[in-house]
Design a binder for this molecule. Structure first.
Ligand code: SF4
Length: 233
């Protein structure tokens, strides 16, 4: 098992200090200064958010972007907002997280066999990065995939994560890979390449309207477990 922790360190430093997208640099800073009333005593992170988890992971989870008062406040993926409050209990139940709570960095949360990342590392206005911002940021995800040497399953949370993950693999393989996004579907990305599993995003908008229920979400992690169990590696 290679020790590539230096490369991870370099990548995380590059992400956290990135200022390539002027609109998002302004927005992440503005949100961090204005704050939400409930978090006035917080010193917001207000920077790009690096991926988080197990460097030896076989499972990569890809989200959209940091939440304004979640990861943009706490500096860790899906930490401190409604999406994380739905995600981490499910991961805990499925055995990928040692606890169901994600409050802040240093709260003891550890991921096992899983790494969590996103397409865009800075919070975008209205949760909508533009295409130039996505293109600017995608090389970070590309690098993470490259460093995750044991990767077997990618779980895309939401359509944008699904489309952008496919875009990367289309570039790498030269294959058309025209797959449709739907909840709890799985696709092979090619021989010897990871599976791609699609899930609705655990945003409040989806979980509070019943579009994504706990049962539906649990099915996704069961699917991932089955794929890992069937993995000869
Ligand atoms: S969105 Fe990505 S590329 Fe753009 S400034 Fe943030 S970290 Fe850099």
């Amino acid at each position: 098992m290679g020790n590539n922790s230096k490369q991870w360190e370099k990548l995380e430093e590059a992400i956290v200090s990135c200022r390539q997208c002027p609109r998002l640099v302004d927005w992440r800073t503005e949100v961090a200064l204005k704050k939400r009333r409930a978090y006035l005593d917080w010193d917001y992170w207000g920077k790009p958010v690096p991926g988080f988890g197990d460097y030896q992971a076989r499972v990569l989870v890809v989200g959209l972007a940091p939440g304004a008062h979640g990861a943009n406040r706490t500096g860790r993926m899906f930490t401190g907002d409604g999406s994380g409050d739905f995600l981490y209990p499910a991961l805990h139940q499925a055995g990928f997280a040692n606890q169901s709570q994600a409050v802040q960095r240093g709260d003891g949360l550890e991921l096992k066999d899983m790494f969590i990342s996103s397409v865009c590392r800075c919070v975008p206005p209205g949760n909508k990065p533009n295409s130039a911002e996505i293109s600017n940021c995608l090389p970070y995800l590309e690098k993470e995939i490259d460093l995750l040497r044991r990767l077997r399953v990618i779980v895309a949370l939401g359509r944008l994560a699904f489309d952008q993950t496919l875009r990367l693999y289309r570039q790498w393989t030269g294959e058309r890979l025209r797959y449709d996004f739907a909840h709890d579907v799985k696709y092979s990305l090619g021989d010897g390449l990871p599976w791609l599993v699609a899930s609705y995003h655990p945003s409040r908008q989806n979980t509070q309207t019943g579009r994504l229920t706990e049962e539906m979400f649990a099915m996704v992690w069961d699917e991932v477990r089955e794929l890992l169990d069937g993995d000869p590696l």
